[in-house]
Design a protein around this ligand. Structure first.
Ligand code: ATP
Ligand code: MG
Length: 432
């Protein structure tokens, strides 16, 4: 059976593009109200402006970051009625078709890393009177007690300074409405963006995901169990601009579990953040059988994990990845007490990144809910690392204790066989 599995090599399955539909990210507060107005006014609001912060700071690399952000927005909004995406100096613009599905555009934009804020905006001629008229119109449509003007000259050629725009428009709105200016906690934030040939005005806007565009920080291999933590760790790495190859170890047919299906479902959800995803399912039963025969019970969790790291690293070299990632946070069970973490770490040659190391469980759960992986993660399943492990395994396994047992096994061959028997699944969002 092992031989047969080993012969499977990488079987390629192309999965259909998937959206987590109803389970999309939560709307920001106050958004329903604002959306209602925007729906009514969508005929005027043909453009969406996307702001970014961090990418703006990247000096010489900035054009590359912006190009990636534009590409990612194109991928994310395919089929929503976005006709054009292009970039200015500090802003990315989208043009919407007449029949654009704004709610869908909004949902998808809210998941694009690198976008800090976005909003449908009204295009007006590049002169003060036209800008003032549009700002007053936005203010007249709303009830608010405090407000601020946030002017920004994306193109510096506009005749007025940002400060003059803020002050003059602020005075205008204050006189008309009697509302107070509050720079820190305004009910209404009226934005003005001046470009080379036109200006845009909009109110408030939606929060983006922040971070850096996926594809700007290289590839990592994530050890992804079917649990709650590792999908969140994956999302955190993608938010830092990494592309993640997902590696899942399963003990089928040693246990009949749903872990492979869960891993595939999680890969589909995570793909909505990075547009192209490779998931590798690694049969781990043969390795586990060997460990069970060789290594005493209390040391087995650490022995399993050391093999997982070796196999994941072999895959990472093939994938062109520069680091491994786990969902570990310090002081939980199994591999996670610091001494065990260190003993597992010793077999790695690449850095092992642990983006959740300082988080507690509740924080991780909240994040999992927000990114839509939680419901899948909590489906019942058997954790392969609890197999033939005593109820309380050792929390402090030293490598000197485990190496003599490992020496009895042909580690290189076991790793090679596991990599060979790996199945590949690919997920793609359509290309614009
Ligand atoms: P998770 O919620 O991610 O399963 P956990 O709290 O259950 O984590 P452990 O079981 O100690 O913690 O696993 C720690 C990490 O080891 C996981 O976050 C994951 O990165 C990796 N890992 C564990 N089991 C597997 C597996 N079957 N396949 C791939 N990686 C795994
Ligand atoms: Mg787990």
């Amino acid at each position: 059976m092992a031989g047969l599995r080993a012969c499977t090599l990488y079987s390629y399955h192309l999965q259909a593009f998937y959206w987590a539909g109803k389970r999309m990210a939560n709307l920001p507060a106050r958004s329903t109200d604002i959306m209602e107005r925007w729906r009514i006014r969508l005929k005027t609001y043909r453009d969406v402006l996307v702001r970014f912060h961090e990418i703006g700071l990247k000096g010489k690399n900035r054009p590359m970051f912006i190009r990636q952000l534009v590409d990612n927005i194109r991928r994310a909004t395919v089929g929503t009625g976005v006709s054009k995406v292009w970039s200015g100096r500090m802003i990315v613009r989208l043009s919407l078709d007449e029949n654009a599905d704004w709610e869908l555009v909004r949902e998808r934009l809210s998941r694009v890393f690198g976008a800090v804020k976005f909003a449908p905006a009204q295009q007006v001629p590049l002169n003060y009177n036209a800008i003032a008229e549009a700002v007053v119109e936005l203010a007249d449509e709303r009830t608010f007690e405090t407000f601020r003007i946030t002017a920004n000259r994306a193109d510096k050629r506009f005749e007025m300074t940002t400060r003059d725009l803020n002050v003059q428009l602020g005075d205008l709105v204050r006189e008309r409405t009697n509302a107070r200016v509050d720079l820190k906690h305004a009910d209404l934030d009226l934005h003005v963006e001046t470009m080379a040939d036109e200006a845009f005005v909009y109110a408030n806007g939606f929060a983006g995901s922040g971070g850096l565009p996926v594809g700007t920080a290289g590839r990592v291999v994530v050890l992804m169990s079917g649990g709650i933590d590792s999908p969140v760790a994956t999302w955190r790495m993608m938010k830092r601009g990494c592309r993640a190859t997902l590696v899942h170890f399963h003990s089928f047919p040693l246990v009949e579990g749903r872990s492979r299906e869960k891993a595939r479902e999680l890969a589909e959800i995570l793909n909505t953040y990075q547009y192209d995803t490779r998931l590798l399912l690694v049969p781990f039963a043969e390795v586990q059988k060997r460990i069970i025969l060789t290594v005493p019970g209390p040391l087995r969790v650490v022995a399993y994990r050391r093999f997982m790291v070796r196999i994941a690293e072999a895959i990472a070299y093939k994938e062109g990845a520069r680091a491994l990632v786990t969902g570990e946070s310090l002081g939980q069970v199994g591999s996670q007490p610091l001494p065990n973490m260190a003993t597992v770490n010793e077999v790695a040659h690449m850095p092992i990144l642990r983006p959740l190391v300082g988080f507690d469980k509740q924080e991780i759960i909240e994040q999992a809910e927000k990114i839509n992986t939680f419901e899948t993660s909590i489906l019942p399943d058997e954790d392969c690392c609890t197999l033939f492990v005593p109820k309380s395994p050792s929390t402090s396994v030293r490598s000197e204790e485990i190496i003599p047992y490992e020496d009895e096994m042909d580690i290189g061959e076991m790793v090679k066989e596991a990599v060979k028997a790996t199945e590949l699944f690919e997920y793609h969002m359509p290309i614009a």
